[in-house]
Design a protein around this ligand. Sequence first.
Ligand code: KG4
Ligand code: ZN
Length: 337
Amino acid sequence: MKVLGIETSCDETGVAVYDAERGLLAHRLYTQVAMHAAYGGVVPELASRDHVRKTVPLIREVLAAAGLAMKDLSGVAYTAGPGLIGALLVGAAIGRALAWSLNIPAIGVHHMEGHLLAPMLEDDPPPFPFVALLVSGGHTQLFRVDGVGHYTLLGESLDDAAGEAFDKTAKTLGLGYPGGPALEKLARQGRAGRFRFPRPMTNRPGLDFSFSGLKTHALNTFAGSGGDAQSKADIARAFSEAVIDTLAIKCRRALKQTGLRTLIAAGGVSANAALRERLASIAREMKGRVYYPKPEFCTDNGAMIAYAGWRRLAAGQREPLSFKAHPRWPMSELPAV
Ligand code: KG4
Ligand code: ZN
């Protein structure tokens, strides 16, 4: 079974083909970052239009790279939500129409399920059950995962997502958009101990998060710092440490609470090297193990959508001929597999 995956939920067009026997055959990503950078963030209308321009050429490229013709495909998966409605509709319309024209099944994939299952693309995939930390630009969530579609929400951010806090703090420090990777780089030049940021919601029980206070803390610290290059780096360092420490404390708590030893981290922020190191040391301490996607599959991509779509198509799930996109879509609404 060869499944084409299409991701268009935000500012990247991702396309891939996953083969049940041979694994990932090919994948391509086109990022709109340069176009949105001038505006300091994603402009939804421009995002939709760019997906219209890029999706079909990328599908052709991926099929050529995989040495496949359209007729070799046995299913099409597209991101059906959550995300920007206009952007989602582009991938959904193209994906659903393509499947109809080829007379093969289609499936609408939940973007966060794509992230959650991305570690399964690696050679040494995590065994169920596990605790999943999903950290992206729109979500910060902890799940207990007992299988595909068996997700129990343990905790989530009550306000900003971790990635959003990275992006807003990066903006404060003048690092442009998207800020996560730039802020990570700057933090490496920062000195430890000059500033100390709070670890929100860690001194009370529970697994929820709150990151909007940290971004305000960064803003106030910056205003009182003189704004020189070293101060910026020191703030980046203190901010990163606070976010990473907070995520790590809650991951350890989630492992303790569930009695599980396996942790996975996925979503854009899980590309952060300092976070990966920190979670690895927690897993060691708990005599367990942490799994990640490779960094390029931490951020948005088509491979994770092709993989998640394949798992659902292989289980017989299908989308009707009409299609839907869901800007908001709780993962608890997904059917079990
Ligand atoms: O998963 P993703 O590509 O898109 C969403 O589904 O939101 O995540 C993007 C988010 C952005 O907020 C970006 O700044 C953040 O992930 N990010 C990082 C790093 N790479 C991406 N944050 C911290 N460190 C990184 N290395
Ligand atoms: Zn994402």
